[in-house]
Design a protein around this ligand. Sequence first.
Ligand SMILES: Cc1cc2nc3c(=O)[nH]c(=O)nc-3n(C[C@H](O)[C@H](O)[C@H](O)COP(=O)(O)O)c2cc1C
Length: 231
Amino acid sequence: MTKLALTGGALAAAAVAGETPAAEPGGKLRVLLVNGSPHMEGCTYTALNLVAQEIEASGVETEIFYLGTAPVQDCMACGSCKKHPGRCIWDKDCVNELIAKARTVQGFVFGSPVYYGHPSGRLLSAMDRAFYAAGDVFAGKPAAAVASSRRAGSLATLDAIQKHFTISQMPVVSSFYWNEVHGFGPADVMADEEGVSIMRQLGRNMARAVRAYAAAPVPDPVERKYTHFIR
Ligand SMILES: Cc1cc2nc3c(=O)[nH]c(=O)nc-3n(C[C@H](O)[C@H](O)[C@H](O)COP(=O)(O)O)c2cc1C
């Protein structure tokens, strides 16, 4: 039984999925916050920054990862990552960089603007490819979704993001209301007092979750069965 020797969040995830954990300098815990908006410092960033401030205040390091404005390829279902796990064959955008960052952290927050009632295409494409190519670097690590909208569509957006977590053994971190803010620009978000308070509580809860999962022993994995419904 090796699980008692596993104490860090990265180690926990590694044991879930057989991945070699990244070394953490000084044993520091880290959370990666992914900004799925083309606006580098827009509403989504403002919300993520509020979450990050609280995580940092709790002694856990953070990094905000901006997906940029360049096109993000969607999954081509080429199957290359099944032959070469941990890497997407499409190297012309940020997804392999995202995977590399994900290896070094123990928790995640994925944020998106609401576009026609769903997450941005760039965030969904990046998440689909990163999780499909390198699910083991996400498995077992706490995660939260954040949505920014002018008015409506946040719940469907959060739901779409969270589906990546709940198929990947990731504990979902929440706040005292759904993780949404509202506005067209950062000033609107900061004026959304309830949204601001939701983000701050989410940050505190995320820091706690990362610590708790880092300290918890990993269960022995169940032998997984694969079936489908046409035979
Ligand atoms: C293409 C597009 C579609 C949008 N669809 C919605 C929507 O369905 N519901 C909504 O409330 N806001 C919608 N918005 C507004 C943005 O979601 C909102 O202003 C968000 O806070 C912007 O976040 P950002 O500054 O991080 O990009 C849309 C904006 C764009 C550009």
